[in-house]
Design a protein around this ligand. Structure first.
Ligand code: NAD
Ligand code: UDP
Length: 338
């Protein structure tokens, strides 16, 4: 199949791109490099020995989208491009609504005009907000999402659901990622956040590699087994395989579907710290800090729907994720800037 990956140079997109090329699909990447590096794409080409087309531009540019669909006979779109920082979305809500919601609507219009009706959309476990009952099933979505970021993701889910109701040619897979961690086992591609990482694994990695002094553990008084926050960390290569399964599903089914991509297991912040210390063989400087506003105590998936419908299950555990993430970080202490 010929696949268009919006945001294909980003952390998740670049790993999915690699898996798509290795699975024999043809790929086209659209990215504005606002949060990624061309070097990621160069490395995917080197690792796979495969070439793919690149369009540098913005998903909100309708003229460019029209041209991409004219130039290429695309079978399905994997839509990763967007803004993803929860805290920033509180400060700059208009940017988030513009890029995430506006950009997705522009993309959907261009797809419909071109007669392309298959799309996989990157959603997030943040749409579940703060809940007491775990694990989270796809039906657990509360009426109101917890942040502008989560609201934009929920809105785009609803846009695609409405499209499926309005026109039966649409075939939409909403994938709600839990907490992506890890890197390709080669250590050649991985997560390369600009500025200070907002997420636990990349921050801890930068401490371990000596780029930052110590990890602040955001709260040790949550109602969890060790008092620190619990999340469902999932290996980025498992996510990549989930996308291949979703694309395969879309070729055989039409309509709207939502799937959790998680392992179904929760790990605390201190579990992550301990595991990383085992892998690096040295203690990780850390201190207990106050809770981060807006954080939830716990969050893990019920991934059984993806197993039933897509035939997909996460295969890798916390140790695999952190081992691969660390290999990337150690080989590329400054990320793609060498
Ligand atoms: P990322 O920032 O690494 O990748 C996003 C890519 O989109 C980047 O390459 C960026 O340059 C590009 N981009 C941003 N705005 C664009 C625009 N207007 N036009 C064209 N390209 C644009 O993020 P990621 O971690 O790879 O996340 C991919 C998707 O998955 C995002 O939609 C994100 O919200 C979602 N998601 C991520 C996580 C996570 O923790 N990483 C969790 C759940 C969901
Ligand atoms: N966390 C932390 N220190 C950090 C970053 C995160 O203690 O520097 C904690 C955070 O409070 C949460 C967990 O690690 O319990 C995962 O946070 P992350 O931001 O990676 O994911 P999210 O909270 O968005 O699920």
């Amino acid at each position: 199949m010929k696949l268009l990956l919006t945001g294909g140079a980003g952390y998740i997109g670049s790993h999915v791109l690699l898996s798509c090329l290795e699975a024999g699909h043809d790929a086209i990447v659209l990215d504005d490099f606002s949060n990624s590096s061309r070097e990621a794409l160069t490395r995917v080409e080197a690792l796979t020995g495969r070439h793919f087309s690149l369009y540098e531009g913005d998903i909100r540019d309708a003229t460019m989208l029209e041209q991409i669909f004219k130039d290429n006979k695309i079978d399905a779109v994997l839509h990763f491009a967007g803004l993803k920082a929860v805290g920033e979305s509180v400060q700059k809500p208009l940017d988030y609504y513009d890029v995430n919601v506006g950009g997705s609507v522009t993309l959907a219009k261009a797809m419909a005009q071109a007669g392309v009706y298959r799309v996989v959309f990157s959603s997030t476990a943040s749409v579940y907000g703060d809940q007491e009952k775990m694990p989270l099933t796809e039906e657990n979505v509360p009426g109101e999402a917890a942040s502008p970021y989560a609201r934009t993701k929920r809105m785009v889910e609803q846009v695609f659901e409405d499209l499926c109701i309005s026109d039966q040619r649409w075939s939409v897979a909403i994938l709600r990622y839990f907490n992506p961690v890890g890197a390709h086992p080669s250590g050649q591609i991985g997560e390369d956040p600009l500025g200070e990482p907002a997420n636990l694994a990349p921050f801890a990695m930068q401490v371990a590699v000596g780029r930052r002094q110590s990890l602040a553990v955001f709260g040790d008084d949550y109602p969890t087994p060790d008092g620190t926050g619990v999340r469902d960390y999932i290996h980025v290569m498992d996510l990549a395989e989930g996308h291949l399964a979703a694309v395969n599903f879309l070729t055989k089914n039409s309509g709207f579907g939502v799937w959790n991509l998680g392992t179904g297991r929760g790990h605390s912040v201190l579990d992550v710290v301990r595991e990383l210390e085992n892998i690096t063989g040295k203690p990780l400087p850390k201190r207990i800090a106050s809770r981060r506003p807006g954080d939830t105590a716990q969050c893990w998936a019920d991934p059984s729907r993806a197993a039933t419908d897509l035939g997909w299950k996460a295969k890798r555990g916390l140790s695999d994720m952190l081992t691969d993430h660390w290999r990337w970080q150690e080989q590329n202490p400054k990320g793609y800037n060498k």
